[in-house]
Design a protein around this ligand. Sequence first.
Ligand code: ADP
Length: 478
Amino acid sequence: MIYNNLIAGEWSSGGELIQNINPSNTDDVLGDYSFATAEQTHTAIAAARLAFPTWSRSNIQSRAEILDRIGNEILARSKELGQLLSREEGKPLAEGIGETVRAGNIFKFFAGEVLRTGGEIMPSVRPDISVEITREAVGVVALITPWNFPIAIPAWKIAPALAYGNCVVFKPAELVPGSAWMLADIIHRSGVPAGVFNLVMGRGDVVGEVLATSADIDAISFTGSQGVGRRLAQHAMVNMTKVQLEMGGKNPQVILDDADLETAVNVALQSAFFSTGQRCTAASRLIVTEGIHDRFVTALGQRMEALRIDDALLAGTDIGPVVDQRQLSKNLEYIASSHAEGARLIFGGETLLRTHHGFYLAPALFADTTPDMRLNREEIFGPVAGVIRVKDYDEALAVANDTPFGLTAGIATTSLKYASDFRRNAQAGMVMVNVPTAGVDYHVPFGGRKDSSYGAREQGRYAAEFYTAVKTAYISSH
Ligand code: ADP
């Protein structure tokens, strides 16, 4: 089957056809996806602009019902959509379904938020004047998303965008057009007027470039790599476009001597290796104090031996394949450079053969690593983690913060004193105490500091900051 783009309320063919391939089984093709041309992208932007005046002033009850309908259909079809997601991205089925449920919940959350978009009334410092502060839609927003959360990230951008009355041009990642298409189909049938929501699948350097450079876009929300994010920010500056960027992480997981060993190992295993390490919130630097170091490394290595790395759709699979050959080669290159820099391999790091050809990699744990090694400085985005031995909490905190990134930071400890200090002083947007660095709720803000993020927070009520513009009105009764 050929899957087309949704532009101005019509499914439009055109552009090159790209095969969507299952990373668990490269003989399995999910379908042919029509990648939009630059011209089609311009058409989608124009359609969104045309639809904006009516949509931004539409009745809030009908907007809430549309979002609720989208959420309900996603939830009702979560098994089917989750399976598609796992087939195209490679995360285990339970995670694929879980991510889909999250996407459904996000739409339902923002269905409620439509009705709660209030304002403020303040007295003026001048007589007989009142000041009214309200929020309005920003305009046409471009949403550019990565491949690692094929439905949740699109959902957490599209739902608030539509809720607050914006029109959307959505460009999913090249590797995961399947989930994006299904979501677009659900949105299309939910009752949104033509042009309000447009899907333009395609290449970053074609579709993405048009969205990044168009003066007809009012705001861009992006999740992806740091290099592309920086480029988008530069373009946005030229056009004075509002921009929100979620980029990489090099997240620390601190383990203190007083930690419960089982909790520490569970948290590290989850954070570093699950979802094949392909989460911007994954922890890849395990910073461990001396007293627990050897016990922790041994126990974590043993737990890794028991992990089942296999086809994402097979029952019992803990970790699926790497997403594609390019990412697998990148992971292997970091594994080789870690050996070369003198890190000691505790477990894994080799490619694996399974029933079908896929991009299978045994998660890799290195010990005796130092903070300046490449594996501790650069975002790998794979199941590769390094243990850094430190003498005490103060050194652990310093090493944790010694990174240009600042998305999540985790600590395993039974000490209230250290947990509180870490929560206060970790330079990250999200801090986790005795829970994995990855895995967050859908109703609270998400985002980081330093080079990880730029602009307003995503998700929860905080999403309003990006998807609305504030208006201050002065009203005199005379
Ligand atoms: P990754 O390396 O994880 O794929 P990218 O930053 O390359 O991360 O991709 C994230 C998203 O950004 C994808 O949808 C991709 O197509 C898009 N993208 C890539 N290059 C550009 C670009 N030059 N302009 C706009 N978007 C781009």
